[in-house]
Design a protein around this ligand. Structure first.
Ligand code: PMP
Ligand code: GLN
Length: 425
């Protein structure tokens, strides 16, 4: 599967298809397809995850200043500007107690997307198995394929609901006392069973898109134990690290025993500062891993986003009140849209994190998320994403549909009103 909607089949001059066989199964990304559909139909776009208001004015001004002052208008240094590498290292220390040398253990990339691609291209040999949590973010499958690896999905599934409880009710607490919300959970036995002699790498995403799941301390500890036992590398995509709600806590896997030297940690400025178009991302890892990832990265973009790197460095130094405010606003958006979706008849898996709410459409008498999302703009003027595109086991994802709540309250209220028409016919 994967997160694409059509398969390129254009033949070249001979019988051989133009597109190489590694990419043959990937057509246009669902995000492009659905955003185009939103434009064409004038719908509210709750598909592609981007905020409809820009981030802090001070950060935008920092980019303008850099442009005007001629900072970053020519190629920045290959590993990224020192100011940003230092800001990333400070952030990792301040937030998580992780020490990184800004000179050797931080690499700036063109968004998390390039970091993911470079990490996989650098660390995976053809034939290596890469375990990824399914549903997975769309670029994972394509990057594993480009690296010649074999993806091995481990499926997150809705936790069984205690009898009679509301769909978004909380589950019992985690081993470390934190309440684990009911939602999509990882089956650690399934993960253990997925590891073979050919497994090279675990590709993790926590907080998780599209389910909004945040892996708990207990789950991460077990993943770390498994990685050490089988001598696996881990790439963790943590772009939603600051977008966690209800007191949930994001814990980088690199903080667990034995993980610092085998984990490539990836994040980016897009979600944290609401500038998804700037594409400033970064990798933190042990020096040998950063060197390996840089070997691939230097031939992808070499460098990118010069002036925006200066702005991202200033953004990372914003006070805690900024991060608290972002969380508060997004949580309010989540609550608003969750209520609207529940009222409209969806089963809502209330997310602990990210921009997204995953719903089950079966209570509406529907079962095919693809058909549902393709029809939704014409029916009620709302665009959403069928989660099935994030699955190899498409049947597992068929009834799930993702809605983005990173929009202004008035937009979410209007969307909720439109969604209600589904129930009222
Ligand atoms: N990983 C995940 C899980 C995402 O949802 C996204 C999309 N924002 C990315 C990576 C890509 O991040 P960026 O825009 O920084 O490339
Ligand atoms: N990460 C965003 C999402 O999941 C989309 C990014 C993209 O368009 N590739 O909606």
């Amino acid at each position: 599967m994967a997160a694409m909607t059509s398969t390129a089949s254009a033949a070249g001059p001979g019988p051989r298809p133009l597109l190489n066989r590694r990419l043959a199964e990937f057509g246009t990304t669902i995000f492009a397809e659905m955003s185009a559909l939103a434009l064409r139909t004038g719908s509210i776009n709750l598909g592609q995850g981007f905020p409809d208001t820009d981030g802090p004015e001070a950060v935008r001004e920092a980019a303008v200043r850099a442009l005007r002052d001629g900072r970053g208008n020519q190629y920045p240094p290959g590993p990224g500007i020192p100011e940003l590498r230092t800001a990333v290292a400070d952030h990792q220390r301040r937030r998580y107690g992780l020490e990184c040398d800004p000179d050797t253990e931080v690499l700036v990339t063109a968004g998390a997307t390039e970091a993911i691609a470079a990490a996989l291209l650098a660390l995976v040999e053809p034939g290596d198995e890469v375990i990824a949590l399914e549903p997975y973010y769309d670029s994972y499958a394509a990057c594993i394929a480009m690296a010649g690896g074999t993806r091995v999905p481990v499926t997150l599934r809705p936790a069984p609901r205690p009898d009679g409880a509301a769909p978004d009710g909380a589950a019992p607490g985690d081993a470390d006392g934190a309440a684990a919300p009911r939602g999509f959970r990882l089956d650690l036995d399934e993960l253990r069973d997925a590891v073979t002699k050919r497994t090279r790498l675990l590709l993790l995403n926590t907080p998780h898109n599209p389910t909004g799941t945040v892996l708990t301390h207990a789950e991460l500890a077990e993943i770390a134990r498994l990685a050490v036992e089988h001598d696996l590398l881990v790439v963790t995509d943590e772009v939603y690290e600051h977008l966690v709600y209800d007191g949930a806590r994001h814990i980088p896997l690199a903080t667990f025993p034995g993980m610092r030297e085998r984990t490539v940690t990836i994040s980016s400025a897009g979600k944290t500062f609401s500038f998804t178009g700037w594409k400033v991302g970064w990798v933190t890892a042990a020096a040998e891993l950063v060197t390996a990832v840089r070997s691939a990265k230097q031939f992808l973009t070499y460098v990118s986003s010069g002036p925006f790197q200066y702005a991202a460095a200033e953004a990372l130094a914003l006070p805690d009140s900024y991060f608290d405010g972002l969380r508060r606003d997004l949580q309010a958006g989540r609550d608003l849209l969750s209520a609207g979706l529940s009222e409209a008849g969806f089963e809502v898996y209330r997310p602990s994190a990210t921009y997204f709410i995953t719903t089950d459409i079966r209570p509406l008498g529907e079962s095919d998320g693809f058909a549902f999302c393709r029809a939704l703009p014409e029916r009620i003027g709302v665009v959403a994403i069928p989660n099935a595109v994030f699955y190899d086991h498409r049947h597992e994802g068929a009834p799930f549909v993702r809605f983005a709540f990173c929009k202004r309250p008035e937009v979410l209220r209007e969307a909720a009103e439109r969604l209600l028409k589904l129930r009222n016919g």
